[in-house]
Design a binder for this molecule. Structure first.
Ligand code: PLP
Length: 394
C-alpha cells in the first residue's frame, strides 16, 4: 500500500540532492567517489572518541542523558569560545548557540527571518543544501556577481538597494563548491556595505581550519562594526560530521530568539555528542588533529591537481584552492555534467554536477570534485577514468 497524502506545496520548491541518490552506489567495492563533501573516515580519532564517550557517560550520566539546555551544553560553549579565539574572536558564552550541524544554523536563521518572496543574496555558485533551505522558505535567491577575488562589492551594494534582502549569505573561505576564497579587501567591503545599509550578513565558515597553503585571512565577522554579522561554524569538516555539532556566533540580542526557534525545532542538540566535542577541545588535541588533517588533505589535493594536469583535456579548467575539500572544474560550454554523471557512475566514479550549486540550475558545464575522501592512488585512478569520459565530450 502506498502513502497517498499530497505533500505541502512548499515541498515542490526543494530540489532533491543527487548525492543522496548516489549514496548506495558509493559504498560498492571499487567505487571511487569525488562526490560527497565528507572528511576522510581515516581521520576520525575513533579510540579517543570511544574513551571520551565512556568517561563522559560514567562521570556525568544524569546530565548527559537528561534533557539539556537549548543554547547548548555549557562546557562546550565555553570550550568553543576558547576555540574561536584562534579565529581572533572574543566571543562571550551568551553570543554562542550550539546547533545540530551548520545546516541547522542556516535553517534556524531562515526560520527567524525569511517570509515567502523575501530576497536573500548569495554567491553563484553556492552551497547546494543552503539553496535547498532558502527554497523551502520560498525565498527569492538573488545571485551576487563575482570575479577571481570573490563577490563584487559594487554589485553587492546595488543588489541590496534593489532587492532589500533579508540577509546576504557568504562562504568566504574555500567555498563549497568552488574552493574560492574571498580576498581580505572584499571581506572588509562586505562587512562595511551590509553594516552601512543595515542588512544582516551570514558568514558560513566550516572550512576555515582546512588551509593547506598561505596564511589565514581575517573573518568578515572580524570587520563587523555594526553588529550585523552572524557567524556559523561546524565541527563537521574539521572533526566528525556524525556528531552533528555546529555553532552560531551571533550578536547577544539575537541568541534568545535563535534559542526559541531551536526549541521549537529539536529542543536541543544531543548532549552526548556535544560533550565529546567538548572533551576533545579541552584535551588540547585539536591542534594536532588539524595539523594531521591538513597534511593528509594537502597531499590528496596535490594528487588531484597533478592528475588533472596529466589526464584532463586542456579545455577543462580547474581552479586550485588553498584549502577546503573541493576542486571545481569547468568544461567547455556545450558539456552537460549532469547528463554525463550516469555514465561516470557506470564507470565507478562520481562527482557532483555544477548545476546543483546554482539556484536556477543554469550553469551545466562545471563539476565539483571532492579530494578528501579517497587516498592518492584512488584519486589518480578515478581522475584517469573521469578524463577518458571527459575526452568523449570535450
Ligand atoms: C558551506 C557549508 N555550510 C554548512 C554545511 C553543513 O554542514 P554540517 O551541517 O555537517 O555542519 C556544509 C556541508 O557541506 C557546507 O559546505
Amino acid at each position: 500500500m502506498s502513502f497517498q497524502f499530497p505533500l505541502a506545496p512548499h515541498m515542490a520548491q526543494i530540489p532533491s540532492n543527487p548525492i543522496f541518490h548516489l549514496l548506495p552506489k558509493l559504498n560498492e567495492p571499487g567505487f571511487i567517489s569525488f562526490a560527497a563533501g565528507v572528511p576522510s573516515p581515516d581521520s576520525f580519532p575513533y579510540d579517543e572518541i570511544a574513551k571520551m564517550a565512556a568517561e563522559t557517560l560514567a562521570g556525568n550520566p544524569k546530565e548527559i542523558l537528561q534533557y539539556g539546555s537549548t543554547e547548548g551544553y555549557l562546557p562546550l560553549r565555553r570550550a568553543m569560545a576558547q576555540h574561536l579565539r584562534r579565529y581572533s574572536f572574543n566571543a562571550g558564552i551568551d553570543e554562542l548557540v550550539i546547533t545540530t550541524g551548520g545546516q541547522q544554523a542556516i535553517d534556524l536563521l531562515c526560520k527567524l527571518f525569511v517570509e515567502p518572496g523575501d530576497a536573500v543574496l548569495a554567491e553563484a555558485p553556492t552551497y547546494s543544501a543552503a539553496i535547498q533551505v532558502f527554497k523551502s522558505y520560498k525565498a527569492n535567491i538573488v545571485s551576487i556577481e563575482s570575479d577571481d577575488a570573490g563577490i563584487l562589492p559594487d554589485d553587492l551594494e546595488s543588489k541590496i538597494a534593489r532587492h532589500r534582502p533579508k540577509f546576504v549569505y557568504l562562504i568566504p573561505t574555500f567555498k563549497n563548491p568552488s574552493g574560492q576564497t574571498l580576498s581580505a579587501e572584499r571581506r572588509a567591503a562586505a562587512a562595511e556595505i551590509t553594516g552601512r545599509l543595515g542588512v544582516m550578513l551570514i558568514e558560513d565558515d566550516p572550512y576555515r581550519d582546512l588551509r593547506y597553503e598561505g596564511g589565514h585571512l581575517p573573518n568578515i565577522k572580524g570587520y563587523d562594526r555594526a553588529g550585523n554579522v552572524v557567524y556559523i561554524t561546524s565541527a563537521s569538516k574539521y572533526f566528525c560530521p556524525g556528531l552533528r555539532v555546529g555553532t552560531i556566533y551571533a550578536p547577544k540580542n539575537l541568541t534568545p530568539v535563535l534559542t526559541v526557534a531551536k526549541q521549537a525545532t529539536d529542543m536541543h542538540s544531543p548532549t552526548l555528542t556535544q560533550a565529546i566535542v567538548c572533551a576533545y577541545l579541552e584535551s588540547g588535541r585539536m591542534e594536532a588533529h588539524l595539523k594531521m588533517l591538513c597534511d593528509m588533505y594537502r597531499a590528496r589535493l596535490k594528487a588531484m591537481l597533478e592528475a588533472a594536469a596529466a589526464f584532463f583535456p586542456e579545455s577543462v579548467a580547474c581552479a586550485p584552492p588553498q584549502g577546503g575539500l573541493f576542486l571545481w572544474c569547468v568544461c567547455p560550454p556545450h558539456v552537460d555534467t549532469l547528463a554525463l554523471l550516469a555514465e561516470a557512475v557506470e564507470r565507478k566514479v562520481a562527482y557532483i554536477p555544477g548545476d546543483q550549486f546554482y539556484a536556477d540550475g543554469s550553469v551545466k558545464n562545471a563539476m565539483r570534485l571532492n579530494f578528501s575522501n579517497e587516498p592518492e592512488d584512488s584519486i589518480f585512478k578515478g581522475m584517469e577514468i573521469l578524463s577518458k569520459l571527459l575526452r568523449t565530450v570535450c
